[in-house]
Design a protein around this ligand. Structure first.
Ligand SMILES: Nc1nc2c(ncn2[C@@H]2O[C@H](COP(=O)(O)OP(=O)(O)OP(=O)(O)O)[C@@H](O)[C@H]2O)c(=O)[nH]1
Length: 361
């Protein structure tokens, strides 16, 4: 799927760079172009592709400090500049646009939904978002921001591919090192998804096509992506159980949104050396996915790749009813309530004006 990437905010820019690096390292050529947009000048300076600094009149290149309403406002007022920078980049070859952002901060959280909406007014290709949820340990502001942004971007985008930062975190790393590791995990999974349908070697009937990715995401809402790999045997027969177990792990422990397994639609992509991909194993894994997701729309396809491993990539479309997402929305609502209480407490004048304490006389 030939894709144009637009990173918004710091996490968005870093992830876009990681995705573009993975694509070029693997020689996939699925990433057609990249652009990064931010309110913080320093974050843009580190990126090796074209960038647009927005909101200079309001924040003078210093970022919006977690204020996602301000992030949305500056994206709205400077959207023409961003759209102008994209001209010529979204060519007839482009099959999708991805707006990439961390949903917990200010610029990405507020700016991504606005940009998605603007892009959808102009372009005919699907406009997707790749959004990062803050982990459980991130502060209340991040949870509230992400809750509001998630709701909006899921409504505006053709689909929101969601990544939970807690899904890939391993212990003992600093926050920065942790993010770099998470970004590499995301880039590998999402990079393979972009490249699905791009493979030229050994093109056959069973090879996955970009339209299958688009059809799986067609129901809109929230999507998730799972991945797992195992050592490949020399023959297809020897890989029947491996494909079953990588598919199981991809859904159960390898997904970008843990515990999201009920879905409206799914796509199973099996990557490996073409004559080592077992038809029987793929079919069995696809049927297992139908049972687990409760969906009758489970597509399947191969991704020919020269590798000594065999991998399952599972794309789930329409996972908004999953427990994990409900839990997150609860977390965001509670954080919002706590912030409101704190605000009232913080303003001494309120204590004199409200009716919580009755007057004596
Ligand atoms: N996966 C991942 N998450 C990140 C990274 N950097 C930040 N985050 C998370 O993304 C969220 C948003 O952070 P940023 O992208 O730094 O914020 P921003 O959009 O630039 O907004 P402002 O700094 O307020 O202008 C936070 O919830 C962080 O937890 C990263 O490199 N990778």
């Amino acid at each position: 799927m030939k894709t144009v990437l637009i990173g918004v905010g710091q996490a968005g820019g870093k992830l876009t760079r990681e995705l573009a690096d993975f694509d070029s390292r693997m020689g996939f050529e699925a990433v057609l172009g990249t652009l990064a947009v931010n309110t913080a000048e320093a974050d843009l300076q580190e990126l090796p592709f074209e960038t647009v600094l927005i909101g200079q009149d309001r924040v003078k290149g210093h970022g919006v400090g977690g204020d996602n309403e301000l992030g949305a406002e500056v994206m709205q007022s400077d959207s023409q500049e961003v759209l102008a920078s994209l001209e010529g980049r979204i060519t007839a070859e482009a099959e999708a646009i991805f707006v990439v952002a961390g949903l917990g901060g200010g610029t990405g959280s507020g700016g991504a939904p606005v940009l998605v909406k603007e892009l959808k007014r102009i372009y005919d290709v699907p406009v997707y978002a790749l959004g990062v949820l803050p982990g459980r340990n991130a502060g209340a502001m991040y949870q509230v921001n992400a809750g509001r942004s998630l709701k909006t971007v899921a409504r505006e985008a053709d689909s929101l591919l969601l990544v939970d930062n807690d899904a890939f975190r391993s212990s003992g790393e600093s926050l920065g090192e942790g993010f770099d590791a998470i970004n590499r995990e995301i880039a590998q999974r999402v990079g393979l998804l972009f490249a699905s349908g791009e493979a030229v070697e050994g093109v056959g009937e069973s090879v996955v096509d970009s339209s299958e990715v688009i059809n799986t995401l067609r129901s809109g809402g929230v999507a998730a992506l799972g991945y797992a790999s195992g050592e490949s045997a020399d023959t297809a027969e020897g890989n029947i159980n491996t494909v079953m177990s990588t598919t199981r792990r991809a859904l159960m422990t390898g997904t970008s949104l843990p515990e999201a397994s009920r879905a409206d639609a799914a796509l199973l992509v099996v990557a490996g050396v073409p004559d080592q991909i077992p038809r029987k194993g793929v079919e069995r894994a696809r049927r297992w996915l139908e049972d687990e997701t409760g969906s009758r729309q489970v597509r399947g396809g191969d991704f020919p790749l020269q590798s000594d491993r065999i991998a399952s990539l599972v794309l789930l479309g329409g996972v908004e009813r999953s427990d994990r997402l409900q839990q997150f929305m609860e977390r965001a609502k509670e954080a919002q309530k706590a912030a409101e209480t704190e605000k009232q407490r913080g303003d001494p004048a309120e204590a004199w004006q409200n009716d919580e304490l009755e007057d004596l006389l």
